[in-house]
Unconditional design. Structure first.
Length: 89
């Protein structure tokens, strides 16, 4: 009775928990590596270029249009755009 329960837990760990932890770690590392000039997309879908970084406060200044800048938290960045994707902005 104990062996099937352990087997089910092991399968769940390798199929669900481990890949999710890996994705979270990659996302956290991406957020930590953000710097001025990077093109990003926020969780709300706003696309822009990072103009400034306030490390102590975990705040980014994001330029979304000419003469339009917003302050956002690093945690709200969903992904960093690749060079090909950034050309379309």
């Amino acid at each position: 009775m104990l062996l099937p329960m352990l087997l089910i837990f092991a399968i769940m760990y390798f199929l669900i928990f481990r890949p999710q932890a890996k994705r979270q770690k990659e996302h956290r590392l991406m957020q930590e590596s953000l710097s001025r000039g990077d093109k990003v997309v926020t969780a709300g879908g706003i696309m822009g270029t990072i103009e400034g970084v306030k490390e102590k406060e975990n705040i980014l200044i994001l330029k979304i249009a000419e003469n339009v800048k917003i302050r956002i938290t690093k945690a709200s960045i969903a992904r960093k755009l690749s060079d090909e994707e950034a050309k379309s902005i």
